[in-house]
Write a protein that binds this ligand. Sequence first.
Ligand SMILES: [Zn+2]
Length: 331
Amino acid sequence: MDQLHKFLFEGLPVRGMLVRLDASWRDLLQRRRSASDGGHAFAAPVRALLGEMAAASVLMQASLKFNGALILQMQGDGPVKLAVAETLPDLSFRATAKVVGEVRADAQLEAMLNLHGQGRCAITLDPLDRLPGQQPYQGVVPLHGDRREPLQQLSEVLEHYMLQSEQLDTVMVLAADDQVAAGLLIQRLPVTGENNLAGSREANQNNEDEIGLNEHYNRIAILARSLKREELLTLDVDTLLRRLFWEEQVLRFEPFAGDTAPRFACSCSRERVSRMIRSLGVEEADSIIAERGSIEVGCDFCGQQYHFDPVDAAQIFTAPQVQPPVGPVVH
Ligand SMILES: [Zn+2]
């Protein structure tokens, strides 16, 4: 069952989330396999990367509560040129990748995306109510650590992003296979109110409080990091939380399951594809028609095929232009 769980640690400024994508994740993989454009299944490490990215994008969307699309993009200089996962505020997600060349069965992040040290991770927040001319917000982090050491885990890259761009101390554990894509997120809640800078007793007290709260966060972070990928993939939520945090007071919220669960959904449409063809220009469209008799466009995310015969194509350029609806861009 696809599900997202949110929880708090009683009395501590620490929150957690656990996502488990199963039917929706298998749906996504199945569509990729059966895409009629001859789309081949991704190599296992790419499937695992996409699963982790899907789980992470759901966790980050739920954590940032952003009213728009959260788009996680890995831009690589190895065989994986681009990997994308996008989650909307209703927790619907989609993901795809562009791979050129072979990905070895044991490839990690570096071998897939960062062969020459140029790989990067971009997180875009694209508001649903974006005003004309307004740019989406984008943060970019490299795929190496502070000492230029290449990172091998997506979770490390995203923890870096959350700290740098959102000022949020975060622990993420991610794992995916062909059945399940799952993730655990632990986050220190931002402290509200400012310390008194006058050096009063109150300020000292606040500092001591803060050190104490740090210790709590650090303890919970260490527990979270002890979670093994195998456990994350196979244990049910109750067992997992009990095993990890059995000494902590965990307060759980009503899970996002059933109608509110994360789910696979694609926002592609014939209208959007029409706009894309229009942006190619009439000459380019005509030359495709002359060569192939029609224009065929397949969605990389869901495998949907869009067919435009010469009459459809002509209409794209003669019909009055409709204003594009706001929302995430189809890549
Ligand atoms: Zn689609």
